[in-house]
Design a protein. Structure first.
Length: 64
């Protein structure tokens, strides 16, 4: 099975962009404004659960 990098590159770029934006938001946010009160589980989820991790953080993890 041959994968066309021209199709895959934008998806990889979107994944990396989501991850970086989510991690920057997490670092800047106080622990009290994060669901669960701890940042490290969210950081692990953002990094290791591809695409879904950052999306879940944006919709569930932030308290505003």
């Amino acid at each position: 099975m041959e994968v066309d990098m021209q199709l895959l590159a934008p998806l990889i770029g979107i994944q990396l962009l989501l991850m970086v934006i989510a991690l920057i938001d997490l670092v800047r946010r106080d622990a009290g404004r994060v669901a669960g009160g701890k940042k490290w589980p969210w950081a692990l989820g953002i990094i290791f659960i591809n695409t879904l991790g950052p999306i879940v953080y944006f919709f569930v993890g932030r308290k505003d």
